[in-house]
Design a protein around this ligand. Structure first.
Ligand SMILES: Cc1cc2nc3c(=O)[nH]c(=O)nc-3n(C[C@H](O)[C@H](O)[C@H](O)COP(=O)(O)OP(=O)(O)OC[C@H]3O[C@@H](n4cnc5c(N)ncnc54)[C@H](O)[C@@H]3O)c2cc1C
Length: 311
């Protein structure tokens, strides 16, 4: 992906990128996901999760320092989740305590995508314990090599086991300069929430690609597989209705995802559509994959169909 310049597509030309915008990024994530969602997650994480908060909220200095590196293919990650803070992102325990013109960070972040390959992370920490998400959380960016920051373990996943590494990240007295604050002090919860809106659209695009690939494989197979003297695609009740349902849900997912991406690209947060797209497209990926397995019967995807996708 680095050799193809894919990391540069969403970075503005001003910072050495190709400046091709969010809608194109979503299409690229979708296409890569048809062949390998794990690989797509590396790109998605680097651009929608790491570059996006810096683009939206970072100082000019941070943009110059980090986005120029991303444009060259350096990968970043976003560290929000903790062992005790998943859906309830406001309950993070990682703290950042002021020490002169720096902050000293302590805490543990869990399920961090791109962990093994990331050169830097955007992360959030409590800076005013009385206020939590109502003005007590700050978002920072930190280089992976900073003393005290280490990967404590790799997380084994059921899926996305290709290029995407997922880790637990430990901060032990990590010193982060105040100029590494992304946005304003104590306004970090907003930075994270807005970043997750973009992240949802990226995940929707991954799910869409997965569904499309499963559908294409199943359709092709149904045309070639003969039983009872005809292609199984001729059976209306058993196979055609399945394919029609799969295609309909995919189309609905595509419309939701593209519309959310279009709105995001013109500067609208699209909270509702981004959430709907992520929810609907990921449920569609599950539905379509399950139906595709039924159409294949006991067979698996053939080398021919895999080769046709270039995998
Ligand atoms: C592949 C993968 C990559 C990830 N990458 C990153 C990353 O790069 N950076 C990062 O910070 N995090 C990452 N995450 C973490 C992800 O954001 C969390 O998994 C997510 O926030 C959910 O948290 P949890 O897993 O702790 O589940 P929990 O929040 O514990 O939820 C468990 C169950 O309870 C339900 N539940 C929770 N709250 C409610 C409620 N109020 N009402 C009803 N039901 C509820 C949930 O829907 C779910 O079914 C990743 C996760 C995965 C799986």
């Amino acid at each position: 992906m680095r050799a193809l310049g894919l990391f540069s597509i969403y970075i503005p030309e001003k910072y050495g990128g190709a400046g091709l915008g969010f809608e194109l990024l979503v299409r690229v994530i979708e296409e890569i996901s048809k062949a390998c969602p794990s690989t797509a997650l590396v790109l998605d994480g680097a651009l929608t999760l790491f570059a996006e908060p810096i683009l939206m909220f970072g100082s000019e200095e941070l943009k110059k320092r980090y986005l120029t590196q991303v444009a060259q293919g350096a990968v970043g990650g976003l560290a929000i989740t903790e062992p005790g803070a998943g859906s309830d992102a406001a309950s993070i325990r990682t703290t950042a305590v002021r020490k002169g013109s720096s902050f000293v960070v302590n805490g543990t972040k869990l399920f961090i995508s791109n962990g093994r390959i990331a050169k830097f992370f955007v992360f959030d920490a409590v800076t005013d314990s009385g206020k939590r998400h109502r003005g007590g959380i700050t978002t920072f960016v930190v280089d992976a090599g900073t003393p005290g920051l280490r990967i404590s373990r790799d997380i084994r996943k059921m899926g996305l086991r290709g290029g995407s590494s997922t880790v637990e990240l430990v901060f032990e007295d990590v010193e982060v300069p105040e100029e590494n604050i992304v946005g304003q002090l104590n306004d970090g919860f907003r930075v994270i929430m807005e970043t997750l809106d973009a992240g949802r659209i990226g995940i929707a695009a991954q799910a869409l690609g997965i569904a499309e690939a499963a559908y294409e494989e199943a359709l092709e197979y149904s045309k070639n597989r003969k039983q009872f003297g005809q292609a199984i695609s001729e059976f209306e009740g058993g196979i055609q209705f399945k394919l029609a349902d799969m295609a309909t849900r995919i189309e609905a997912s595509r419309l939701l995802t593209y519309e959310a991406a279009r709105l995001w690209a013109v500067g609208q947060r699209a909270i509702k559509l981004a959430s709907m797209a992520k929810m609907y497209a990921s449920e569609t990926a599950m539905f379509v994959a399950k139906e595709a397995i039924q159409i294949f019967g006991g067979a698996t995807a053939t080398p021919r169909t895999l080769t046709s996708r270039g995998t």
